[in-house]
Design a protein around this ligand. Sequence first.
Ligand code: AP5
Length: 224
Amino acid sequence: MYIVVLGAPGAGKGTQADILCRKLNLPHVASGDLFRQALEKKTELGLLAKSYMERGELGPSEIAINMILERIGLADCASGCVFDGFPRTLEQAEALDKALMEEGKSIDKSVYIRVPQEELIKRLSGRWICRNCQTPYHLVAAPPRVAGKCDKCGGELYQRTDDKEETVIERLKVFFEQTLPIVDYYKKQGKLIEINGNLGIQDVAEEIISALKPFMIADVKNSD
Ligand code: AP5
């Protein structure tokens, strides 16, 4: 299955994509993580993305598209993956559809996680991320077992520089102006699943799995 997880900054895309990937045994393809990894390694792409990320703006679409197409060209994505943070514009959504179509594939479902704006700000201000495996934690909602250390890999936790208030406000503005139209794009294709993301992490995960289940069964039946 190819699944797109959509939502505003802080909606829980990374958190839910991670849970979904473990449940469905699919790779997690997160454009923000790929940009941050490039930045850590100080590659040309990372240095280019840095200024956009610091301002809370989207990086150039062409770069994001090439980076994602390269990632899904790897063997582990041959039969599916969970996209998180991509696509983010109509141009990116169309480019992804075109690339998948050329391989005889398509997006199966797009999960839109809806969360009120005041909750998004609370989540982003309490977020800590693993520098090594990118797992997100939250000081209150999802604290690590040992302060400052990742439960999964023991990596160091840090706060993203784009989680400061003025950048968060810009990221939210960018989401509503440039990314929200994608919700309609997938709705028109009959692929959209809307989820109330203003619940606890496990409750949101259960809602997503139960909304996807009928299509997962259909998938298995079709492959019989
Ligand atoms: P990206 O990394 O994709 O950031 P984002 O979309 O702003 O989303 P976030 O990662 O901030 O939030 P999330 O929804 O994943 O929430 P999370 O699960 O962490 O992009 C960063 C930048 O990279 C962009 O601004 C842009 O510059 C660039 N970029 C990336 N993709 C691009 C593209 N395609 N094109 C161009 N540029 C691109 O959760 C947040 C917090 O809340 C965590 O602490 C978590 O523990 C907590 N939490 C999660 N769920 C719940 C819950 N249900 N209840 C309580 N707390 C919760």
